[in-house]
Design a protein. Sequence first.
Length: 512
Amino acid sequence: MAEAARRTRGGGGAARRAERSAVSFETAKYIERNIPNFEILNEEALEIIERNAETILEEIGVNFPDNPRALERWREAGADVQGERVRIPRGLARELIKTAPSSYTQHARNPDRNVVVGGKSLVLAPVYGPPFVRDAAGGRRYATMEDFRKFVKLGYMSKWLHHSGGTVCEPTDVPVNKRHLDMLHAHMTLSDKPFMGSVTEPSRAQDSVEMCGVLFGKEFVQQNTVMTSLININSPMTFDDVMMGALEVYAQNNQACIISPFIVGGAMAPVSVAGTLTQVLAESLAGLAYSQLIKPGAPVIMGAFVTSIDMNSGAPTFGTPEAAHITYGAGQLARRLNLPYRSAGSFCGSKLPDAQAAYETSNSLNMGLLSGVNFMLHACGWLEGGLVSSFEKFVMDADQLGTLHHLAQGIAIDENAQAMDAIREVGPGGHYLGCEHTQANFKKAFWKSDLLDYKPFETWEDEGGRDTQALASLRVEKMLNNYQQPALDPAIAEALDAFVAEKKAAEPDSFM
């Protein structure tokens, strides 16, 4: 019944006419892995980490500051609550987590863009949170709402990106207490891919739920998941009231949350891989269990944002072997909880989309694929340790996400893939360029970048000798010039405009 209600709200003759006239951009389906996960920890190591994590929860505990209702929930569940410290008996968190689904579907306003989170799937979403943006023409600067809209348009048009994301950059020209309304409005109207809600204040999470009620229909929102939002844990072992307040709103409304420790190893967790994995698991167990105290069955993802630190400068480092070890290990721990897993992304510490950015990003993306990640936030656009959303790097990364799709397919071994007819046809000393098998398969035989340059040197030189950043600048310009807004029922669009206008008028601007 809810599905039928949703179709009715999105229908109407005007919407159908708009849909017929709109340009349709191909979007690849979310990845379904046909390759094994890389498991770096043996059974003994996993049991040690799990045992130590339970010890942390039972003996050391976690803090839930400024949140009396959370403390009461934990007390009622059987935890030892002293002040703001919650000590969770061994096994209690795991028992509570059993009600969380092992996978869920996040619905987009275009049902063809729905994604499944969990199991063997991998959903790719763009960079999240940077206050700065960078492009080749304007350099590094504070982000604006216009920058935000451009990133949403690029995400909508990017073939290998499945999700519109959330705060793709922080628009600093809009008041803090109102920018979430403009950001959500952009995701809802400029793209038809799934998106994330606001978490910067519980009332903003509620606004997100109510805007989704306008877009999808209130009944549909209560019965289906239409947002996946990021809830960070203040490592070490602190669950602040703002993030927990947002989690409470989303869980009560059946909306998914990523419960994610935010760890810089050596600063917010031990320097050792095993010690960091232990803390990650303890924090995740507490956060995931709390979501189920709010509403059993609320969809959640176990997250792990972990990087190391440069011990000379204190700066975070990315694409390192230690980060890979932790990402692989956390994936195993998440699978043992039977929960979806979030980690990895286009991480790098470089200031420019250069060779350092490429090396570190490649390492980070590939470890995400092989570690069994189900939801990859920051999959494209990340620069300068997450301080900058880069337009050029956005399209460079989005192009390379195609390699993850093709790697995940695994190796075909059917009769066509065995190619015995081709080998017989060509024989010793021949070549395969003109054989029947090549002619039948060449169009789809190899993944091909839509961005990188494969031309001969002379052609490349004649065209200006452009490097990858220059090619990416041209691609950004072309994509934005070709952008056409996806169809949306005019009545829903008008209702969204009215909701945003009313909310903005209800309180004075605040930049704090």
